[in-house]
Write a protein that binds this ligand. Structure first.
Ligand code: ADP
Length: 274
């Protein structure tokens, strides 16, 4: 499996991407239909993500948020249009260096039955396990609190089938998965509903830390909770695979469109499916 090659065409003279400094990303008239289908899931999408920007993606289920992230990871190529990374087409980049620069937490993340420190350090396997970084990542994802309560701390074995192994709760597994993504310390961090199973208090703390990440780190966050996306630099509302609204919280509230309507609804305690 590890040796499996991507079926996407390889660049002729691949261009290496910096793994430390986030590039400027430009979606230019991007349209996309999944292979073997005709339905356009994304239609004529254009927007920029500046280096170090914290971007929130919102939209109803099926709006195309995850698909957009998949294109950014080059799991698929756009059917039409281009994704430009510091001015270069994503298809011209050296894919390994591009993946090295990305840290992605999808909704259907994996959980690993190793010692907890090892399970977090799987986020970056090309360097030896760095315990300080493991602890930093666990703090960032609010996992440190429960890890410290475990008898064996960071040496705790995960998985009941192992001697003294334990099965963490769903919320704890999600925090561990987020710690793994943070441990990666990637230039571009993409989080697809990273706190769906996490309590509201932890979620608020996690988002505050994500926003405080250094200015050279880009964060793309998919979330349904407006109270947490409001502080993003830019919020993109996707609707039926198109850019419906884009701007800061203040700009979108002034516009008084879809975002403003849904934000006000959530502020009243009503959570529509968005
Ligand atoms: P969101 O993340 O906003 O909920 P998705 O990007 O997951 O939306 O899905 C957008 C649309 O693409 C949906 O209609 C979904 O059914 C369709 N879709 C997602 N994955 C695939 C796939 N692998 N093949 C075909 N259609 C897909």
């Amino acid at each position: 499996i590890l040796d499996a090659q991507s079926s996407l065409p390889k660049a002729k003279s691949p261009f290496k991407v910096s793994s430390t400094c986030a590039p400027r990303i430009l979606f230019q008239n991007v349209s996309f239909a999944y292979p073997g289908t005709t339905k356009q899931v994304l239609s004529n999408i254009s927007f920029t993500i500046d280096s170090g920007e914290k971007l929130a993606l919102v939209g109803v289920n099926g709006a195309g948020k995850t698909t957009l992230v998949k294109l950014l990871c080059r799991i698929y190529d756009p059917t039409e249009g281009q994704i430009l990374v510091d001015g270069r087409d994503l298809r011209e980049l050296d894919i390994d260096s591009w993946l090295h620069a990305l840290g992605v937490l999808f909704q259907d993340y994996s959980s690993y039955k190793f010692k907890v420190a090892e399970s977090i350090a799987l986020g970056r396997t090309d360097v030896p396990l760095d315990m300080d970084r493991v602890k930093w990542a666990a703090q960032g994802s609010e996992a440190a609190e429960f890890i410290n309560e475990w008898e064996d701390g960071y040496e705790q074995m995960l998985g009941k089938q192992f001697d003294k192994g334990i099965d963490p709760s769903k919320g704890q597994l999600q925090k561990l998965a987020l710690a793994r993504a943070l441990y990666r310390n990637a230039a571009i961090l993409v989080l697809d509903e990273p706190t769906a199973s996490v309590d509201a208090e932890s979620e608020a703390k996690i988002f505050a830390r994500l926003e405080a990440l250094p200015k050279d780190k880009t964060v793309i966050l998919i979330s349904h909770r407006f109270s947490t996306v409001r502080t993003a630099d830019k919020i993109l509302v996707l609707k039926d695979g198109t850019v419906h609204e884009i701007g800061s919280h203040v700009e979108l509230m002034e516009k008084d469109g879809t975002y403003a309507k849904l934000f006000k609804l959530q502020a009243k305690g009503y959570f529509p499916d968005l």
